[in-house]
Write a protein of this length. Structure first.
Length: 318
């Protein structure tokens, strides 16, 4: 197994020649961690509290907009600051716990690198749908104050134009939420059962996917084994500089099932088997940013497609 120093250190920069995965779910909650996240979030939290107190007339200041709008703006600042601060504290606690475990069991990294369950891993379509819903609601709430200014302030029509443009982009959030909702209603949650734990690089990954509801409606199913490296990518300069999490595909293998084979598996588990190359990175989910292995299930069907992601415990075993 890899050591604690190797695991918590930044991953090697070997993703330059690897393809980026667009719209891929990330394990990193934000491109900032630890004390950096705490210190970055505290000013936003303080600003949000001050704005909320102003909206509640606890702090007296001249107001040119309604109290409810001031409260919405304060909530945006406060919740963003609270999120970053809590995220940083959780990251510090998680890495502290990792170091304690590593001191006691230095050669059993898979037992504390991630909260694995030896029997398998679930994909919650409900949680995925809920995440999309929260994203769509946050985007819509963010546009609300600008829409109010565009409607009520003289000569502020550019705000309305901007809200219209970004509102159209927001339809993408709502479309993805609807797709997730239909996926949940049709197929439900999924579970991938491990036949061993962990899976060793250079060995064979064998698992069984619990067949989703209405599997007979799926025309084809692709199971993709993938090694993913996340990186914090900064673009722009000066005040226009932004940092985001980008996923890179280091390795991929695909197994496909046609309609006839899926029909024969209705009511049974779907067998999953992949050879694991020995020259690829080990899982390092405790690192920031992480490297990890996953299996993506993608089923094409009439109506709602089936999609699920499963992290798999692939480690270098000495």
């Amino acid at each position: 197994m890899v050591s604690v120093t190797e695991l918590l250190a930044p991953p090697l920069d070997n993703a330059q020649a690897s393809p980026a995965l667009l719209n891929h779910p990330t394990q990193s909650v934000a491109p900032i961690n630890g004390w950096s996240s705490v210190l970055f979030g505290l000013p936003f939290l303080a600003a949000g509290i001050a704005i909320e107190l102003t909206a509640a007339n606890k702090i007296h200041a001249s107001k040119h907009v309604p109290d409810w709008l001031i409260g919405v703006i304060g909530a945006m600042f406060g919740l963003a600051g609270l999120f970053l601060s809590v995220h940083g504290v959780v990251d510090l606690a998680r890495k502290s716990a990792y170091r304690r475990e590593a001191a006691q069991r230095p050669h059993e990294v898979c037992l504390y690198d991630f909260h694995w369950r030896g029997e398998g891993i679930a994909f919650s379509a409900f949680e995925a749908m809920l995440g999309r819903l929260v994203g769509a609601l946050v985007w819509s709430a963010f546009l609300g104050p600008f829409a109010w200014v565009g409607i009520n302030a003289r000569g502020a029509w550019p705000f309305l134009v901007a809200v219209g443009i970004f509102g159209l982009l927001g339809l993408i959030f709502w479309y993805r939420w609807a797709a997730m909702l239909f996926d949940l209603l049709r197929y439900g949650n999924s579970f991938l059962r491990f036949e061993s734990f962990p899976f060793a690089l250079g060995g064979t990954l064998r698992a069984r996917l619990r067949a989703p509801r209405h599997i007979s409606a799926i025309d084809s199913l692709a199971l993709t084994l993938r090694c993913v490296q996340e990186k914090y990518v900064t673009t722009g300069t000066g005040q226009n500089r932004t940092t985001k999490v980008v996923c890179y595909e280091l390795y991929k293998d695909v197994a496909t099932f046609d309609r006839d084979r899926l029909t024969g598996l209705a009511g049974n588990d779907i067998p999953v088997e992949f050879h694991l190359p020995s020259d690829q990175p080990t899982t390092t989910l405790a690192a920031t940013p992480p490297i990890y292995w996953e299996i993506q299930a993608n089923g094409k069907a009439r109506g709602a497609d089936y999609e699920a992601y499963f992290l798999v415990p692939v480690y270098k075993v000495s």
